[in-house]
Design a protein around this ligand. Structure first.
Ligand code: C2E
Ligand code: CA
Ligand code: CA
Ligand code: CA
Length: 274
């Protein structure tokens, strides 16, 4: 690191050092976590906004590290940067497929199991083959699975991603655009990508009561989706007010604490059996 004056590092050097140390430590912890099998899947229901029936389940990763449940926001960015996301993401896919198969065998499946795919995972050389072999391995059908892609993964390499999504669609998977509205040029994607569902980001829903502009954005997005024949889901719905605003504006489905927090397998199966 550069010294500004003798013996005193600049703030930026120090911050950089701290970040570099944190990064290196987390990478090494993540590698161990993969070896030791410390990752678990939680599931959050998606509900029909009118009837409240469960229409899907999003798979959300948790890292069970030394007795603490570490949320993905703390390790996914490092996993992406280091490339470990491919292995960790494949774990979520494999386990997600197995779970969907189990629920179908037990006749308690309600809608699709929805799995997050990071940009790095999607554009990894083997992704399409990985999907195919995981389907065979698990006995799961592609139509039971939804893959969530973010706008930013499209942005990084639009031509490649369009091509990949067409292949994924041809295998029979359902595709959703996650965190909709937080990236760029969303509208051209809607025209060019084989998207089945939009997930309106929580940041728009959170401030729906206080920000008239967000009301307009949310209303317009729902209208757009409805007109284009794309399913629209709102994420992060917590309150009665948010729920009724969305229902009035003809949202298809809702995911959020209003219905349920993400739950471990045994708890979510109780909901499915009900
Ligand atoms: P996301 O895909 O946008 O997932 C929704 C996040 O919002 C989840 O956070 C969920 O617990 C949270 N959430 C849902 N409803 C509510 C609500 O009503 N209020 C509030 N305050 N929060 C709500 P979580 O589980 O911490 O995951 C964070 C992010 O980590 C996810 O955001 C996703 O981008 C990423 N992630 C999680 N699992 C995976 C995975 O298997 N692969 C990849 N690539 N990313 C993952
Ligand atoms: Ca998601
Ligand atoms: Ca999301
Ligand atoms: Ca989000």
């Amino acid at each position: 690191a550069k010294k500004t004056t003798q013996n005193s590092y600049s703030f930026y050097d120090l911050q950089f050092k701290k970040d570099a140390v944190y990064y290196a430590e987390t990478v090494s912890n993540l590698k161990q976590a993969i070896e030791k099998g410390e990752f678990e899947l939680y599931f959050q229901p998606q509900n029909n906004a009118q009837t409240g029936t469960i229409v899907g389940m999003e798979v959300l990763l948790r890292w069970n590290h030394k007795g603490k449940m570490i949320p993905p926001d703390l390790f996914i960015p490092v996993a992406e940067k280091s490339g470990l996301i491919v292995e960790i993401g494949n774990f979520a896919l494999r386990k997600g497929f197995k779970t969907a198969k189990k629920w179908h065998d037990e006749k308690i499946a309600k809608g699709r199991v929805s799995i997050n795919i990071s940009a790095r995972q999607l554009t990894h050389l083997d992704f399409i083959n990985t999907l195919k072999s995981m389907l065979q391995e698990s006995g799961c059908e592609a139509s039971w699975i939804e893959l969530e892609i973010t706008e930013s993964s499209v942005l990084e390499n639009p031509d490649l991603v369009i091509n990949l999504l067409q292949k994924i669609k041809a295998l029979g998977f359902y595709i959703s655009m996650d965190d909709f509205g937080t990236g760029y040029s969303s509208l051209s994607y809607l025209k060019n990508l084989p998207i089945d569902k939009l997930k309106i980001d929580r940041s728009f829903i959170m401030s729906i009561q206080t920000e008239p502009k967000n009301q307009i954005i949310v209303k317009t997005t729902i209208f757009l989706g409805n007109e284009l024949g794309i399913h629209v889901l709102a994420e992060g719905v917590e309150t009665e007010e948010e729920h009724s605003f969305l229902l009035e504006n003809k949202i298809d489905s809702i995911q959020g604490y209003y219905y349920s927090k993400p739950l471990p397998l045994n708890k979510v199966e109780i909901l499915l059996q009900a």
